[in-house]
Design a protein around this ligand. Structure first.
Ligand code: NAD
Length: 260
């Protein structure tokens, strides 16, 4: 666990005075999001199974989103130490490849436990705190896999499709409590996760070039671009935006490009 440096606690910027939780905030999209929220003035708590990898300016707590006791204890600690909770970014997630025939029940349960139930657990623990906030927002990290029929992504796509539905249902349930709920749908983003996938290829550099060429805008999505979308949805500027998904995918969802 790391202590919040005093300088990071000064409320400045649009998110000044607000407290944000970012799950999976020690790497990739979550790390970029935690950094941007802190740059905009929020006090940020990173909840991650690998808290030592989080930036030292954040409050980093060891938390496994598959463990309800771990989640409740971390959320309570954040509220006690940082003085409440205003923003929850449910970002922790793991990948899965294969068709419905490739993954057995245990694998389905393992991935859904992180990607779906992890969001449920953290939201459930945070909601009593969010009700006391003047600017409450939940932003879930969904995926292009929720809306596109990607091959060999049955489990992963289903786990993220469920997040899309959960986002809509929670937005409806909590709008009158002043709590907004939205999600971002990243395309293939340049994070350690994708790096690990590329490293499995016989020629990682060639595989990266091929992957970039498959994106409509010819490159991977930058983690900072997803973070910017999350920061917007989490901010008071998005005060009339709830129950939406914002694609950050180089046009993959919206465009119907013909192969050249
Ligand atoms: P990443 O592997 O770089 O980071 C994931 C972080 O989540 C890590 O810090 C990891 O320690 C943490 N984590 C994993 N399991 C956890 C658990 N049980 N409890 C707490 N923390 C846990 O991945 P990333 O690429 O930054 O992905 C972040 C999110 O973005 C995921 O939800 C993923 O599904 C989604 N996403 C990623 C991409 C992409 O191309 N990278 C595309 C669409 C959506």
């Amino acid at each position: 666990m790391t202590e919040m440096p005093e300088a990071a606690q000064a409320p400045t910027g649009e998110l000044g005075g607000l407290v944000a939780i970012v799950t999976g905030g020690a790497s990739g999209i979550g790390a970029a999001t935690a950094a941007l929220l802190a740059d905009r003035g929020a006090s940020v708590a990173v909840l991650d199974v690998d808290p030592d990898a989080a930036e030292a300016r954040h409050l980093a707590l060891r938390c496994d989103v598959t463990d309800d006791a771990s989640v409740r204890s971390a959320v309570t600690e954040v509220a006690d130490r940082l003085g409440g909770i205003d923003i929850v970014v449910n970002n922790a997630g793991i990948g899965a490849q294969g068709t419905v025939e490739d993954n057995d029940d245990a694998e389905w349960q393992r991935v859904l436990d992180v990607n779906l139930l992890g969001v449920v657990r953290v939201s459930r623990a945070a909601l009593p705190h969010l009700r006391r906030s003047r600017a409450a927002a939940i932003v879930n990290t969904c995926s292009i896999a929720a809306t596109a029929g990607l091959p060999a992504r049955a489990l992963y796509g289903a786990s993220k499709g469920a997040i899309l539905s959960l986002t809509l249902a929670m937005a409806a349930d909590h709008i009158r409590e002043g709590i907004r709920v939205n999600c971002v749908n990243p395309g293939t983003a340049d994070t350690p996760w994708i790096g690990r996938l590329l490293d499995r290829a016989a020629d990682p550099a060639a595989e990266r070039t091929a992957l970039e060429a498959r994106q409509p805008h010819g490159r991977l999505v930058a983690a900072g671009e997803v973070a910017a979308a999350v920061a917007y949805l989490a901010s008071p500027s998005a005060g009339s935006t709830t129950g939406t998904s914002l694609a950050v995918d180089g046009g993959m969802q919206g465009l119907r490009l013909r192969p050249e």
